[in-house]
Structures are given as C-alpha cells and as structure tokens.
Design a protein. Structure first.
Length: 212
C-alpha cells in the first residue's frame, strides 16, 4: 500500500480519521488510525480504528453491531488527516445518537442539536434506528416488538397488506391515502430489513447500481 508512505503519522504512529456518512454527508465521529488499522480497514471493508485508551485495534461495531462499511478513504493535502466515507449501521455514537456531533455551542453553552428530519429522507434512518432499539430494548405495548414476537410470517403478511392498500389508494387517486399507506408500507419494510440484517443504505446502493 504505497499511499501509506504519503501519510504523516504523529510520534505515536497515529493519524486522526473523521467518519462521514457518504450518503448524507453528515460528520459521524472522530477517531485515530495507525498503519495496521488502515490496512485492516482496506482489507475487510469495515472501519477499524486504534484505541488510545486500550492501546489496541477496534473494529467499529464489532460488539454493538453498529458497523461502518467504508465506501471511500480521503487524504487531506498535508497527508496528516483522513476522512472515511462510510455506510453507518444504526448509531455511530455510544450515546445512541446517529452522530457523535449532536451538540453545538450557543451563547457559550452546549445544547443538543434538534434532529431536523421533517420532510427529509433522514426519517427512514430514524425509523430504522428506533426499530433496532426496540429489538434491543423491548417496550411493553410496542407494536414493533409485537411484530418481532410473531416472526417473519407476520411481518411479510403486513408488507403484503400495506402493498395492497397502496394499490387501492392509487387506483382511487386519493393522494392523502397514497401518502398514508406508503408510509405504513415503508415502516413495515423497515421492520423486515432489520429482521433480515439489511440496512436502507444497502438498498440505496442496489438502486444506484441499476441507474449509473
């Protein structure tokens, strides 16, 4: 890997690496890498960093399941910083926020940034993350937990029912009903994706591969 000779590691053999969602452009986290972690990242396709506190390599999501599939690695002009463009599964931050940068400075104080997802495709990620959280932390009366308790047959039955509802609403040319039923369908599809171990980013990649 000849490009490693172009990198400027610090006295401890480390270089800062910023993880960025390669779909939305959102900055997710900052960590450090060494030559070994960079090589492993390239070999496996999963972001692997170097833990300064534990003094060892750590593959993002190895225990949490919140893996980062690396789409691109960018090197800055001085060769002393990296940007990893990644597909993030669920939350990047240990606080369960999608990004570690979920706060900003306002009048000298730290405040949480409101999630602006109204009318945005980001809502798909928010719904997906909520479903993942319900699986890990079941809540009494949760419809999502009910679906997972019933299993894949129930989930697929609901996808079929909601697909039929979209068809009926579309045949009737009732825009509000098409909107409502499509939202129901996307939710149930998200449930199936979680159950199957797939993410929306993987679906988007498949769509991109067809229309390049």
């Amino acid at each position: 890997m000849e490009f490693l000779k172009e990198l400027k590691f610090d006295e401890k053999g480390l270089i800062p690496a910023i993880a960025q969602d390669h779909k939305s452009g959102q900055v997710l986290m900052c960590a450090y890498m060494n030559e070994e972690s960079i090589k492993k990242t390239i070999e496996t396709g999963n972001a692997t960093y170097f833990s300064r506190s534990r003094q060892e390599l750590w593959e993002k999501g190895a225990t949490s399941g919140h893996v980062q599939r690396v789409a691109e690695i960018l090197v800055d002009c001085d060769g002393d910083a990296l940007v990893l463009k990644v597909d993030q599964t669920s939350a990047a931050c240990h606080t369960n926020n999608h990004s570690c940068f979920y706060r900003k400075v306002v009048d000298g104080k730290l405040v949480e940034i409101p999630t602006e997802i109204k009318g945005s495709p980001e809502i798909l990620y928010a719904v997906y993350d909520t479903i993942v959280d319900r699986v890990k932390n079941p809540k009494e009366g949760s419809y999502t937990n009910y679906l997972f308790e019933k299993g894949i047959d129930k989930m697929l039955k609901k996808v079929g029912e909601e697909s039929a509802e979209v068809i009926i609403a579309s045949k009737n040319y009732v825009k509000s009903e098409v909107q409502y039923e499509t939202a129901d369908l996307l939710y149930h599809l998200s449930v199936v994706l979680v159950e199957q171990g797939l993410t929306w980013n993987e679906i988007f990649e498949e769509l991109e591969s067809r229309y390049k």
